[in-house]
Design a protein around this ligand. Structure first.
Ligand code: RB5
Length: 143
């Protein structure tokens, strides 16, 4: 099961991703928004991030116009590592090196086609571990 949430800036991309997730055998959990009217991205992203943080789901997908606001909200949760991705390679690295558990997409700046490829990569790429484990473990060590 893959929860997915977006504001109006990512609404259409969210719908496209939901279709693709079903096609490739995942069960999307649509956490809104459910129309293209303007909404505040924190209202959509907090509930998803909370569930990832609590371990209800392994991975999630969030979308806003730039991907930044959504990512900022999600990363307030200690066990969330939300990565803003805009290319296939960045997406691979977010999983391999950062063990990202939320993919944040810039709905207004990448094509739907690229987003669908990135979603697949995100869900299928393993964390490399090794030297990256030590680094990921230091992320929450605020000084
Ligand atoms: C909404 O207009 C836009 O600000 C939002 O989607 C996002 O880009 C915020 O970071």
């Amino acid at each position: 099961m893959i929860p997915i949430a977006a504001d109006h800036g990512g609404f259409e991309m969210k719908e496209a991703i939901i279709g693709e997730l079903k096609k490739i055998g995942y069960t999307p959990v649509n956490m809104g928004t459910f129309a293209s009217e303007s909404v505040d991205y924190p209202d959509l992203i907090h509930p998803l991030a909370k569930e990832i943080n609590e371990g209800k789901y392994l991975f999630g997908i969030i979308i806003c116009g730039s991907g930044n606001g959504a990512q900022m909200v999600a990363n307030k949760y200690p066990d969330v590592r939300a990565a803003l991705c805009w290319s296939e390679e960045i997406t691979k690295l977010a999983r391999r090196h950062n063990d990202a558990n939320i993919l944040s997409l810039p709905g207004r700046f990448i094509t739907h086609n690229l987003a669908l490829k990135m979603v697949k990569i995100f869900l299928e790429t393993e964390f490399e571990g090794g030297r990256h484990t030590k680094r990921v473990n230091k992320i929450n060590q605020v000084r």
